[in-house]
Design a protein around this ligand. Structure first.
Ligand code: M6R
Length: 359
């Protein structure tokens, strides 16, 4: 039931702080460290490479998770689009471990990969929102997202829950492997900060609605740009805008823009820069300047400690690994208000189904 909300998507965006708190409760209880099945951690620790597989938004959450696993656990981690991996499997390492990300647990493309993985008896984990779903039943291990039912076709709270669960798992695995980076990463405390941060962003809907009306309501195309984790979020941010507001949007590695795609920038093209990573903040700002010099309207989504006076949307500070949990929220809201402003059916965009059960 969407209660007083006009669309499920807005309700689900607003539920994200509560989902973060629920995850802390489910995975930590009264403990300081995550309580995860020891057999799962041992199976992952035994692997020489982690492969994360997903489609759409789940693929985007995998891109963020891979960076967190590498930073905290020191295990090479690569990400694959399930529909590609199923039929064009790359050469694999000797001891692979597979993680399947799927909100529904029913995506046919991802299931096909799991069928191949099981045929080789490789160990796997499904992280899903739906208990006893196909992918959850057929994998070796399963963990839940605890996000509650996600009704809107555009995935929001499942994306942030997926990243949070990946971070919790990476913390547990990294600690088990004795990695300093994992020991220092207080994920329980950080997820509390994330929940509060999400709340403060969803409390400033008015400002975000104005940004959408001013910059995104008319143009037919737009760019989200960023580097590293900010690039990964750019892909998800662009998908949200495409999917529900039909703006042709592209998520782009900001440094790559000048190698060709900058030719598409013209007067009034919206270019949204996501800036949350210390090492690359200045570089992305320069790339934004390059687009502005060619007529773009630049909009910035920036972590507070990196912010400057004329930035558009400021995000509360959290650990650098977890900034995607905050930077995606204004992007979800921008897509929502752009769609709403155009009078579209936000929850049921054309040509799309919530769960894609064909290959
Ligand atoms: O249920 P899944 O997470 O496996 O679904 C994967 C994609 O179909 C899904 O994320 C899709 O991209 C969403 N509509 C994006 O908002």
């Amino acid at each position: 039931d969407k209660g007083a909300y006009p669309f499920y998507m807005l309700k689900e965006i607003d539920e994200q702080p509560a989902v973060m708190r629920k995850l802390v409760q489910e995975y930590f209880g009264d403990h300081d460290d995550p309580q995860i099945d020891e057999n799962l951690i041992k199976a992952m620790a035994d692997a020489d490479h982690i492969y994360i597989v997903g489609a759409g938004t789940s693929y985007h959450a995998a891109l963020v998770g891979a960076r967190i696993f590498e930073r905290l656990c020191g295990i090479p981690t690569t990400v694959h689009i399930s529909s590609e991996f199923a039929y064009e499997q790359p050469l694999l390492s000797k001891k692979p471990f597979f993680i399947f990300l799927s909100q529904s647990g029913e995506t046919a493309d991802s299931r096909q990969v799991l069928v191949n993985v099981n045929a080789h008896k490789w160990p796997s984990l499904t992280i899903t929102n739906v208990d006893k779903s196909t992918l959850s039943r057929e994998a070796t291990f399963t963990e839940l997202l605890y996000a509650g039912p996600e009704i809107a076709v555009a995935s929001t709270k499942a994306y942030t829950a997926q990243i949070a669960v990946e971070a919790i798992l990476a913390k547990a695995l990294g600690e088990y492997l004795g990695k300093d980076a994992a020991k220092k990463f207080d994920v329980k405390h950080q997820l509390g900060l994330v929940a509060n941060g999400m709340q403060s962003i969803t409390d400033s809907k008015k400002e975000i609605e104005e940004v959408a009306a001013r910059y995104l309501s008319k143009p037919r195309n737009a760019f989200y740009i960023g580097r590293g984790l900010d690039w990964s979020v750019s892909l998800e941010a662009a998908l949200k805008l495409k999917e529900i507001s039909y703006v042709q949007a592209e998520g782009f590695a900001s440094g790559e823009l000048k190698h060709g795609t900058i030719a598409l920038i013209e007067k009034g093209t919206p270019v949204l820069g996501i800036i949350t990573q210390d090492r690359t903040a200045g570089l992305t700002r320069s790339n934004l300047d390059e687009t502005r010099a060619r007529g773009a309207n630049t909009i910035t989504i920036v972590s507070r400690h990196l912010s400057q006076e004329d930035d558009t949307i400021i995000l509360p500070d959290v650990d650098e690994c977890l900034t995607p949990l905050l930077s995606v929220v204004p992007a979800q809201l921008l897509a929502y208000y752009t769609s709403l402003g155009k009078g579209l059916d936000v929850d049921k965009p054309r040509n799309l189904a919530k769960s894609v059960t064909v290959q």
